[in-house]
Design a protein around this ligand. Structure first.
Ligand code: CMC
Length: 428
């Protein structure tokens, strides 16, 4: 059970002649929230906050984001530190369990990941039935949902399985499914996971090894993938995590719950933005590289065009993940002796946007998705797999939130509404 902080001060709300006191809850980082959970009971009123712009939907100990100061910490540890000292697997453990594993613990967790990396053989045939050209994100979310038919007992009520095993199976199997989906899409035989390889190296090998073209696993590629995965591993109550918490609150099977999160992530306003950024940069390139034209289009209220990879609900400054990814992007391309003209366009676009009053006034900065695609391209990952990469990385975060939610004995998520439709009337 997550113990709720005690209120030490109260807000006073006056509605007509009635005055009520609402507890103000203060988080460990000083965030203040007015607890309105009893408001309707005492006043008959609900609160209105479409799209949850101003609503804290839960208490959480997992991730801290300060959007004004550009801070992101997992379990108190800044991501800047984690990318220097931890691997994705250790970060996943940190998120799910609350502490960084020692060497023995890490070895056991890595071993569990390897032991559960195989896909049930019957599931392999499912890949044959998706239409040609199906988006890998949709294949992935469908396949994860299908896992619930193989492991029906992994839910909040009948946690017959050890959470470590369920976590390891999810993180590991999803990686296998992702690589199989890619191999299937290019008509190559699937490459099975190898027990001797760590998580990220194993994934790259499953993606790129082939019977005629053995893949050389380069340390630089493994390292950069670790960095990207660490930076995407959690981001508190974003859209997909909220989907996971909402669906999970109905005591749904863990795999179906995660599949809901994946569906949410696939949208271009969320995880799908990394693919959309590269598509946008290519469009600008094909159009002669006229960056100004696209800045103007993004500002034009009559156009639906937006600068993809720009803006964020929470960050009103440079996204700390984007800071690291931009730096790593330059470093990685240099190490790989790779020149990508899209990087030049991205930098030009960023520079122009950051000087423009429209973007300045709205605090719009590059987000996590702005530069990540350029690294994925350099790794040889196709564009339609970018959001899948995001999903693989976000799994530990989703699992941590699911675990925290069921551990806290959360009630079913069920918002209210203000009905503005027709009042009672007879059939016409
Ligand atoms: N290009 C142009 N204008 C923008 C952009 C953008 N990328 N983002 C926000 N705005 C404008 C928007 O038009 C609005 O202007 P006005 O006040 O004049 O109506 C103002 O800025 C506030 O935007 P909003 O849509 O109300 O903000 P939001 O918090 O609802 O949406 C967002 C956040 C991330 C969906 C949005 O910034 C966006 O669509 N960005 C592009 C897509 C993107 O990069 N998504 C990835 C987000 S980070 C990773 C993740 O979550 O997975």
């Amino acid at each position: 059970m997550l113990d709720q902080p005690e209120a030490t001060e109260f807000a006073v709300l006056r509605i007509g002649d009635q005055e009520i006191q609402l507890p103000i809850i203060v988080g460990t980082e000083g965030e203040r929230g007015i607890d309105i959970s009893n408001l309707r009971k005492y006043t008959g009123c609900v609160t209105i906050d479409p799209s949850f712009v101003n609503t804290a939907a839960c208490y959480s100990r997992i991730t801290f984001v300060d959007g004004e100061r550009g801070i992101l910490r997992y379990r108190g540890i800044p991501v800047e530190q984690l990318v220097k000292s931890a691997s994705f697997v250790r970060t996943a453990y940190l998120l799910v369990h609350g502490y960084l594993p020692d060497a023995e613990c890490n070895r056991k967790f890595s071993d569990l990941l390897n032991r559960h990396s195989m896909l049930h053989e019957d599931m392999r045939h499912f890949f044959d039935n998706f239409p040609h050209g199906a988006h890998p994100m949709h294949i992935l979310s469908t396949m994860i949902n299908a896992l619930s038919t193989f492991y029906p007992n992994v839910d909040s009520l009948s946690m017959s399985e050890d959470i470590d095993v369920s976590t390891a199976r999810l993180i590991s199997t999803v990686r296998t499914i992702a690589a199989f989906a890619y191999k299937k899409s290019i008509g190559e035989p699937v490459v099975y996971p190898r027990r001797d390889l760590p998580y990220c190296a194993n994934f790259l090998n499953m993606m790129f090894d082939s019977p005629v073209n053995p893949y050389e696993i380069r340390e630089e590629a493994v390292n950069i993938l670790n960095v990207l995965f660490i930076l995407h591993a959690d981001h508190e109550q974003n859209c997909s995590t909220t989907a996971v918490r909402t669906v999970g609150s109905a005591q749904v099977n863990l795999y179906s719950t995660i599949s809901a999160g994946m569906s949410a992530l696939s949208g271009p306003l969320h995880g799908g933005a990394n693919q959309a950024v590269i598509e946008m940069l290519k469009m600008i390139q094909a159009d002669g590289g006229n960056v100004r034209k696209y800045i103007d289009m993004a500002k034009d209220r009559s156009s639906t065009f937006r600068l993809m990879g720009f803006g964020h609900r929470v960050y009103k400054t440079y996204d700390p993940r984007a800071v690291i990814i931009k730096e790593e992007c330059h470093r990685f391309l240099e190490t790989m002796h790779c020149k990508d003209p899209l990087l030049d366009i991205a930098m030009e676009l960023e520079e122009a946007a950051l000087k423009d009053d429209f973007f300045i006034a709205r605090h719009l900065y590059p987000n996590v998705d702005f530069y990540s695609g350029i690294i994925y391209r350099a790794l040889g990952i196709p564009e339609n797999m970018f959001t899948v990469m995001f999903a693989l990385a976000r799994l530990p975060g989703w699992i941590a939130h699911w675990k925290e939610m069921i551990g806290a004995g959360t009630r079913i998520t069920r918002p209210r509404q203000i009905y503005i439709g027709k009042t009672y009337r007879k059939e016409d």
